[in-house]
Design a protein around this ligand. Structure first.
Ligand SMILES: [Zn+2]
Length: 95
């Protein structure tokens, strides 16, 4: 079970979108890609993305409770929202 960074609801990992911070960039992780490390989880709902990104700050946490706080510029925030939209659209079309 993981917590959505927007609504704080606990859901199974497969129901959530996973973000990782890799090479100074926020990456959306595909389900089952097997990578581990510091992550942020989000529901597939736009309201949660906006809530999680409201302050332009994302806290990536590992299972060992290490954390990395990432500050996003307004432009980066907008881009991430667009990428999340594209990502969920793509997932929908696969199901
Ligand atoms: Zn949520």
């Amino acid at each position: 079970m993981r917590t959505c960074a927007g609504c704080r609801e606990r859901l199974s990992q497969s129901e959530l979108i996973r973000l990782r911070y890799v090479k100074n960039r926020v990456a959306i992780v595909r389900p089952g890609d097997g990578t581990t490390g510091r992550s942020v989880y989000l529901c597939p709902s736009e309201g949660c993305w906006h809530r999680a990104l409201k302050r332009g700050r994302l806290t990536f946490k590992s299972a060992k409770r290490d954390r990395t706080v990432v500050h996003l510029e307004p432009r980066e925030r907008e881009q991430l929202l667009l990428r999340l939209k594209g990502y969920t659209r793509e997932q929908d079309s696969l199901n």
